[in-house]
Structure formats: structure tokens, C-alpha cells
Design a protein around this ligand. Structure first.
Ligand code: PDD
Length: 291
């Protein structure tokens, strides 16, 4: 039984005691948005950016944000302080609330449901980081607003499960011959010493980690390009990485059963991935020290 304190509509209570209506539109329609914010030593990482993306998601689905940035931050910080662990991943979700009937059109005068809970941050073990992970590809069957972080994640869930059933960590979506992103991560490719990043448009989630990686690439003088990455480029890449708030920068070393890269480095984490991981850890340390 999970008795960690959660937040539901203004109240802090044990997670196993939280209740919402079965008519909640999050449950009936997947009608809501969410964020996952990493917390290191009880300090929120890039929370302003996460809350800005939440605003973009809510704007995109015409759902009024029930809280200001200051109100969100205060609530998240209170939840983080109450948790019995230091490194956390905070989940926050806003749905269009529960009406007294089921109707696709938006209800009038119904308060949104605001839910948050926190869990220990699950980091990648060094042994896994040392080998990298395996991934598969699949056609991107999602809708045309993948830039919105909405709770309707069925296509992502099915894709991720397919990876798990094949003993893999992630599924990479391919749309019109272009590699878009992972089921729950952004994807970077390294080819000929150049870091390639997909374009932040309606086809993919604008990752907070993605932004950090590109900032670090710029800071450390790594040649990089933001553009469409073709499936052929993905398959002939020297390195492939997945990035997310919980995975940080993780090398993908096998793709559809084939080793990533060539020669002696084939199937091994690439040099730039390892370097980026180090820069990312340094960046986290600096940010957390600044408070
Ligand atoms: N997922 N793309 C998709 C489809 C994602 O679901 C995520 C993150 C990302 C990476 O975004 P960020 O760097 O901001 O975490 C990209 C979160 C972790 C989740 O759904 O649990």
C-alpha cells in the first residue's frame, strides 16, 4: 500500500486514500495534461520550464490553468518536503474535471481535477549505463499534436510495451521516413562527429532534457544541427541516445537487433554520449548548488 503523501484538489493526503470520480474526464476521455519534474536532493530541476510546458499543453487543449507558477511551485515544494526520499520524480496532472454526465464537449462550470504525487527517482544503474540499452522502431501511430504533454498516452503505452516484450528499453517512432522521438523520450543521433537533434514541432514533445542537452552541446562547442533525421540516418548512426527527465542521457546501443555504430565501437556507448552524461551531471550539480 502506498501511503506517501499526495496532493488532490488542494488537500495533502496519503496516496492510498485519494479518490476521484469515475466521471472524471481524465478517466473517460484522457482529457488532461501532465508533467514529470525530477527532484535532486529535494531541489526541483528546471521547474519553471516544466510549468511553462504545462501551460502550453493546457493552452493547446483549451483548459484554463487552475494555478499560477508561484502556486504550483509552492504546492510541489510542499509535496517534495513531505516525502521520505531526497531524489524524486514528481508527477502532476490537470484534467477537465468530473461532470454529472458523459459528453465529449467541454462541461460548463466544472472545476478541473489537480493531482500530484511523488516517487523515488529511479536512476539507471551504472551496469546498464556501461552497456547502453536496446531499442526497436515502430510506425508513429499517434495524433498530430505530439508537442502537447497530454495524459492520452495509449499509442505511447502500446509502443513501450512492445519494446518491453522484445526485451528492449524503448520504441523509436518513425513517421514518413523520419525518426521523431521515443515512446517516452527524445532521441539524438551522432553522425561524423555532429550531434543531430530532431526539430521541436508538432510531431514531438519539446523535452526539457532535450533543451539541456542542446545547451550543453553549444556551451562545450559540440557541432550540432537541429533538423529532420531520416530513418536511414538513424540506422547508419555512430551513436543514438535517448533523453528524458528520468533517464537523463542514455545511449542506445542496439536498434532492431543491430548494433549501433561501426568497427570496434559497434554496439557500445559512444564517446560523445559518455561525455554528455558527465556534462549533464556537472550541470545538475551546479544548478543544485545555486539552489
Ligand atoms: N516522458 N517524449 C515523450 C513522448 C515523453 O513522454 C518524454 C518524457 C520526453 C522527454 O521529455 P523530458 O526531457 O521533458 O522529460 C519526450 C516523461 C518522463 C513521462 O511521461 O514519464
Amino acid at each position: 500500500m502506498n501511503t506517501t503523501t499526495c496532493y488532490l484538489n488542494g488537500e495533502y493526503l496519503p496516496l492510498n486514500e485519494a479518490r476521484i470520480s469515475p466521471l472524471d474526464r481524465g478517466f473517460l476521455f484522457g482529457d488532461g495534461g501532465y508533467e514529470v519534474v525530477p527532484v535532486y536532493s529535494r531541489k526541483l530541476f528546471r521547474v519553471d520550464e516544466h510549468l511553462k510546458r504545462l501551460q502550453q499543453t493546457l493552452d493547446g487543449i483549451h483548459l484554463a490553468n487552475p494555478h499560477t507558477v508561484a502556486e504550483w511551485t509552492e504546492r510541489v515544494e510542499k509535496l517534495v518536503a513531505a516525502a521520505p526520499f531526497d531524489d524524486q520524480s514528481v508527477y502532476l496532472q490537470v484534467t477537465r474535471g468530473a461532470d454529472d454526465k458523459r459528453d465529449h464537449a467541454f462541461p460548463q462550470g466544472v472545476a478541473p481535477t489537480v493531482f500530484m504525487f511523488t516517487a523515488p527517482l529511479v536512476t539507471t544503474p551504472d551496469s546498464v549505463r556501461a552497456t547502453g540499452v536496446a531499442a526497436v522502431t515502430a510506425p508513429d501511430t499517434r495524433w498530430a499534436r505530439c508537442d502537447l504533454k497530454v495524459v492520452a498516452l495509449l499509442a505511447n503505452v502500446v509502443a513501450r510495451q512492445s519494446a518491453v516484450e522484445q526485451g528492449c528499453a524503448e520504441t523509436l517512432f518513425i513517421r514518413d521516413g523520419v525518426m521523431i522521438e521515443g515512446a517516452a523520450s527524445n532521441i539524438f543521433v551522432v553522425k561524423g562527429g555532429v550531434l543531430l537533434a530532431p526539430i521541436k514541432d508538432h510531431r514531438m514533445l519539446p523535452g526539457i532534457t532535450y533543451d539541456v542537452v542542446l545547451e550543453l552541446a553549444a556551451k562545450h562547442g559540440v557541432p550540432h544541427e537541429v533538423r529532420d533525421i531520416t530513418e536511414a540516418e538513424l540506422r547508419s548512426a555512430d551513436e543514438v541516445w535517448m533523453t528524458s527527465s528520468t533517464k537523463e542521457v542514455l545511449p542506445i546501443t542496439t536498434l532492431d537487433g543491430q548494433p549501433v555504430g561501426t568497427g570496434v565501437n559497434a554496439g557500445k556507448p559512444g564517446q560523445l554520449a559518455q561525455q554528455m552524461h558527465v556534462w549533464y551531471q556537472q550541470f545538475k550539480d551546479e544548478v543544485m548548488r545555486r539552489g
